[in-house]
Design a protein around this ligand. Structure first.
Ligand code: SF4
Length: 694
């Protein structure tokens, strides 16, 4: 505990880093935030925190913060500081000019999963009602959009099924494509506690993550699959469950579509999906696949937790559905201790999806072609809305290169660093006539911006975040915004200038509107959040205090839907020129593109991305630990230091994407999930060679 004496003020708010959603008391002395104390009452963290939430708030006052709006006519011009009035009027006039010249659909926007539900809701409202199109997307495009697609298709709801507490009643934990120790540290601790109490652990991951073997835990089975073969391995688990008679037939008959189950069962039972056949594709020993399947199906309450190692593939949505099939086939859904749980990366990625940030869905995941829903929104918003899906982020960039998409409003997302194929993204941004970036810092994307609108941090605003367990929690203003405005106020000013008036005085009013329009939120209000601390949606008349576990009696869609999940190898192939497979992830002390964590003083910060490489592959290339190496792929190349380790298997290399100096996404491919366009960050064929440095 840091002794700071008595603070002047203490405000309870929610961490703005990962999807765990830890609750903190932010203590101020004068104008300075001096301490963050994790709250025992916080239902997501119960008094715990990780290093980021506890100590990484220094970015809020970093010298790099931009606090004045800026404009430039050409991206080669120097920035010119202007008043808010001028910045907003200029932006609105540019968007109007572009729409008059190129058509209504020539502009769009990106919401932020770092911002609040209310701010996200307003951005998509501005785009749908103010711009008059559905060209709105969010960072979930590049992380959990396959979760939305896969879980909606199979269960009827685009969200994880359980609360975090559920892990305390789990007997078998299956972690696939996730590294909770680094990505979701506080929840990882709860998982490890349960493991120490005797729960069993299966890890499916190309790397030996901390969960596979660490001083605290050791996985019962680690299935070290070749990157890109998730569907084959999960389908093989289904093969064992079906062919060895481990299906929970009572559950399936009562709760699922029986004909579709039979189709799936016939499919997985085919000998080509046997562990022995799948071993040839995935490299996972057949014996391990069999043992893992038996443990999952017969070990008691079994819960699946997964991350971006599942979604960021050309078959990301297929893998999510394959996982959902397993849970239904074994009856591991609809009660405490079981379920299918996406570990969401960003603090409010669940919320940004819930709030209608997708081009095909209004808030509450209702398709824009749903007439009754559209009429409800049109009557409240007072504008006709387009009933056809708009453009996804990659489509916007392609359209910009085709000359039909000319202006974009980006709230709190650094798409140039975080999205794949950096060169393509840069060319698309450069082709636009008005790029508006609303952010804390001059992030990489701002290099292509014509307008910079300074944003506010989570400490400077009121609102709500929704964590990975669908828990809606209050974000409370701890200090005044350095830029003068909360992000929702900036969107409101822009909307007013565009001629679509908004008149909110406080985010609570925005939440009231969300509740009126969204069946899963009808019971949510700031009064209730203040009274209960938090609620998990659905929160409505049927569940006035929220829903910790979903699909208990029936699935949201009625009967659960099995989907045949055929494995299709990625188009990204290794070969003599690019013999290794690169996969990417993150580390505990950094956060995504590092815009915040790199601007926070702390001795544990890693100051560079490194390339993990197996000793065998390093020796073959004459690379020693700490040497510079060049990674080259079909799309680009970059240089970084080597870290020789057996955490990765021979043939696989791994790095993080936290530093703009590395820009690892210059290397990643153009391939993406067939259903959602989520990029295939996790599989890139590369060559690694010794280098003299950048
Ligand atoms: Fe913040 Fe996530 Fe760490 Fe909790 S676990 S303090 S939400 S970064």
């Amino acid at each position: 505990v840091i002794d700071i004496g008595t603070p002047d003020t203490a405000t309870v708010t929610t961490c703005a880093y990962c999807g765990v959603g830890c609750s903190f008391r932010a203590e101020m002395r004068g104008d300075e935030l001096v301490r963050m104390i994790p709250q025992k009452e916080g239902k997501a963290n119960r008094g715990h925190s990780c290093v980021k939430g506890r100590f990484a708030y220094g970015y809020a006052h970093h010298k790099d913060r931009i606090t004045k709006p800026m404009i430039r006519e050409k991206i080669t011009d120097p920035w010119r500081e202007v008043s808010w009035e001028e910045a907003i009027q200029y932006t609105a006039s540019e968007f109007k000019r572009i729409q008059a010249k190129y058509g209504k659909s020539s502009v769009g926007g990106i919401t932020s999963s770092r911002c609040t539900n209310e701010e996200t809701f307003l951005v998509q409202k501005l785009i749908r009602a103010g711009f008059g199109n559905n060209n709105v997307d969010t960072c979930a495009r590049v992380c959990h959009s396959p979760t939305g697609y896969g879980l909606k298709t199979t269960y009827g709801e685009s969200a994880g099924t359980q609360d975090f507490d559920s892990v305390e009643e789990t007997d078998v934990i299956l972690v696939i494509g996730a590294n909770p120790t680094d990505g979701h540290p506080v929840f990882a601790s709860r998982m490890k506690k349960r493991l120490r109490q005797g729960a069993k652990l299966i890890v499916i991951d190309p790397r030996k993550t901390d969960l596979v073997k660490s001083p605290n835990v050791m996985a019962d089975y680690h299935l070290p699959l070749r990157p890109g073969t998730n569907v084959a391995v999960v389908t093989a688990l289904g093969h064992v469950i079906v062919t060895e008679g481990l299906v929970n037939e009572d559950f399936v008959r009562e709760r699922c579509e029986w004909d579709e189950f039979q189709d799936w069962a016939r499919f997985v039972a085919d000998p080509r999906h046997s562990p022995e056949e799948v071993e040839k594709i995935s490299g996972v020993p057949a014996d391990l696949i069999r043992k893992a399947a038996r443990l999952y199906a017969t070990g008691g309450n079994a819960a699946i937790y997964y991350g971006l190692g599942v979604t960021e593939h050309s078959q990301g949505s297929t893998t999510v559905m394959a996982i959902a099939n397993l849970a239904m086939a074994t009856g591991n859904i609809g009660r405490k201790g079981v379920g299918v749980n996406p570990l969401r990366g960003q603090n409010n990625v669940q919320g940004s999806c819930d709030m209608g940030s997708f081009p095909h869905e209004l808030p509450g995941y209702r398709h824009v072609s749903d007439t009754a829903t559209m009429e409800l929104f049109e009557s409240l918003w007072g504008r006709p809305l387009l009933d056809e899906p708009g453009l996804r982020i990659p489509n916007m960039i392609d359209a910009a290169l085709d000359g039909s998409f000319k202006g974009i409003y980006i709230q709190g997302e650094d798409i140039l660093q975080s999205d794949p194929n950096t060169q393509h993204m840069a060319a698309g941004l450069a082709a636009m006539e008005c790029v508006v970036v609303q952010d804390l810092f001059l992030v990489e994307t701002a290099n292509y911006a014509h307008v910079f609108l300074p944003g506010s941090t989570f400490l400077e605003k009121n609102g709500t975040f929704t964590n990975a367990e669908r828990r809606i929690q209050r974000v409370r203003k701890v200090m005044a915004p350095m830029n003068g405005y909360e992000d929702w106020e900036i969107t409101q000013m822009l909307s007013n200038a565009l001629g679509y008036p908004m008149h909110y005085d406080h985010p609570a009013q925005i939440m009231d509107e969300i509740a009126r329009l969204t069946p899963t939120f009808t019971g949510v209000s700031y009064e209730k959040l203040d009274e209960l601390g938090s609620v998990q949606w659905p929160c409505n008349d049927e569940a006035p205090e929220g829903t910790p576990v979903m699909h208990t009696e029936t699935f949201t869609r009625g009967k659960g839907k099995f989907v045949v999940t055929e494995y299709v190898a990625t188009d990204e192939k290794t070969g003599p020129r690019f013999p290794l497979l690169l996969t990417t992830g993150r580390i505990l002390s950094q956060y995504n593109v590092g815009a915040q964590t790199r601007r926070t003083e702390n001795v544990v910060w890693h100051d560079q991305d490194v390339l993990e490489i197996h000793p065998f592959d390093a020796e073959n290339r004459g690379v020693r630990d700490g040497d510079w190496v060049k990674i080259a792929s079909r799309t680009g190349e970059t240089t970084l230091r080597a870290l020789i380790t057996e955490r990765v298997a021979p043939g696989v290399v791994y790095t993080t994407f936290h530093h703009p100096t590395t820009q690892v996404n210059v290397v990643t491919t153009e391939f993406s999930d067939w259903a959602t366009n989520c990029p295939e960050y996790k599989v890139t064929a590369v060559q690694v060679s010794a280098s003299n440095g950048p």
